[in-house]
Design a protein around this ligand. Sequence first.
Ligand code: AMP
Ligand code: ZN
Length: 111
Amino acid sequence: MDCLFCKIVNGDIPSNKVYEDDKILAFHDIAPQTPVHVVIIPKMHIACADEVNESNCDVVGHIFLKIPVIAKELNLDGYRIINNCKENGGQTVMHLHFHLLGGKTLGEKIV
Ligand code: AMP
Ligand code: ZN
């Protein structure tokens, strides 16, 4: 499958990793929007949040279990988690991912 984030999982494309286990991977975004901008992805290919279902939702819980661990590792005292879903939601890489944004005081508004 021609998926950028699957290629990162497979090691075909390099990434600057901050966390990895058997189910998920977190790496620095190539175009950071905040001083700290990490992308957290399941290793299994799920196209987007709209494709989460009974059989694959465990990994989403696992991501949220590890977000505090990753945030602590990055010394984030407060952060924002964003998921863009499908083209109209601003998603450009069609492999489910959560943006972890921080490293500065963020405003209250998302858009
Ligand atoms: P989204 O627009 O929500 O689909 O987010 C995709 C994100 O992936 C963007 O913030 C990109 O900057 C980021 N991105 C694209 N290619 C890479 C890459 N090779 N390594 C790290 N981040 C990437
Ligand atoms: Zn993928």
